[in-house]
Design a protein around this ligand. Structure first.
Ligand code: A3P
Length: 305
């Protein structure tokens, strides 16, 4: 756990961070520091046995990271407690404004088989991942719950742009003016490409509805067989309650200078929480916009269970 990254994060003085602004790369809004270093990120060299966990932010990335780590470690909880999520899995495009090792630097140093996280939309994922035919697990979550989760995350994460009020934020989300750009473009592009490349497309709502079934899907994709009792152990260890209590998966180890811990990373973990936040008028406007942007796709989401 005492890696260079962890030590440098702990040293960030409280109040020293300025929230980042957004900057566009090929029409997609990214953190300014990521966009400024785009050329270096885009030419990252993947290896054939790399696994990429790709998501639009707040779709259940951390959940999938824990599931994959448990599968890769044959359900050994102690091994999965070796370090916090953000240390275990390099975040490919993260080019922190802090003097900490960058995502691609950490990724390059990692021994194979490597597992990375990315929020990049399909067309910005470094080309080498597709050239090397790497496996990709894509997790998608319905747009309304994603927007709510992202709003609270942006309040908590002091590197992200200030979300403003919920009303302002929802407008920005619809316009794609958030880190990773348009939710609609993101989920649609991976959906369209899923049969051309080795992409396993998983829905947050289905994972919530039947975690064992989806974990077995992930195991099959990773060509991993495990006995039933280990699968059950993975289901239990990756439940919302277990992950919320686990300091290695709940982001509580990040210092107050980076995450405002008055908010919780493991916030609710529900399907349908959007109903507690969208007004009737906001819901109508959102659905109007949604229908237009999702017209012509076979991709369907569940907004409640
Ligand atoms: P909420 O803010 O709705 O609670 P990401 O890891 O992509 O940033 O996504 C974070 C969201 O996934 C948060 O959603 C978090 O609570 C939820 N999450 C994380 N682990 C989960 C689990 N084991 N079960 C259900 N939801 C989980």
């Amino acid at each position: 756990m005492e890696t260079e990254l962890y030590k440098s994060l702990k040293e960030v003085p409280k109040g020293s961070l300025e929230r980042s602004s957004l900057k566009s790369v090929e029409g997609v809004q990214l953190l300014h520091s990521t966009a400024d270093n785009w050329e270096k990120i885009a030419c990252f060299q993947a290896k054939p046995d790399d696994l990429l966990i790709a998501t639009f932010p707040k779709a259940g990335t951390t959940w999938m990271q824990e599931i994959v780590d448990m599968i890769n470690n044959d359900g050994d909880i102690e091994k999965c407690r070796r370090a916090p999520t953000y240390i275990r899995f390099p975040f490919l495009e993260f080019w922190s404004p802090l003097p900490t090792p960058k995502g691609i630097e950490r990724a390059a140093e990692m021994p194979s088989p490597r597992v990375f996280k990315t929020h990049l939309p399909f067309h910005l994922v470094p080309k080498s991942f597709w050239e090397q035919n790497c496996k990709v697990i894509y997790v998608a979550r319905n747009a309304k719950d994603t927007a709510v989760s992202y709003y609270f995350f942006d309040k908590m994460n002091l590197i992200q742009p200030d979300p403003g009020t919920w009303e302002e934020y929802l407008q920005r989300f619809m316009q794609g003016n958030v880190v990773a750009g348009s939710w609609h473009d993101h989920v649609n592009a991976f959906w369209e490409k899923k049969d051309k490349y080795r992409i396993l497309y998983i829905f947050y709502e289905k994972l919530k509805e039947n975690p064992e079934r989806e974990i077995r899907n992930v195991m099959a994709f990773l060509e991993k067989e495990l006995p039933d009792d280990i699968v059950q152990k993975i289901v239990n260890h990756t439940s919302f309650t277990a992950m919320k209590e686990n300091h290695m998966s709940n982001y509580s180890t990040l210092p107050d200078s980076i995450f405002d811990h008055r908010f919780s990373f493991m916030r609710k973990g529900d399907v349908g929480d959007w109903k507690n936040h969208f007004t009737v008028a906001q819901n109508e406007e959102f659905e109007d916009d949604y229908r237009k942007k999702m017209a012509g796709t076979s991709l369907k989401f569940h907004f409640e269970l």
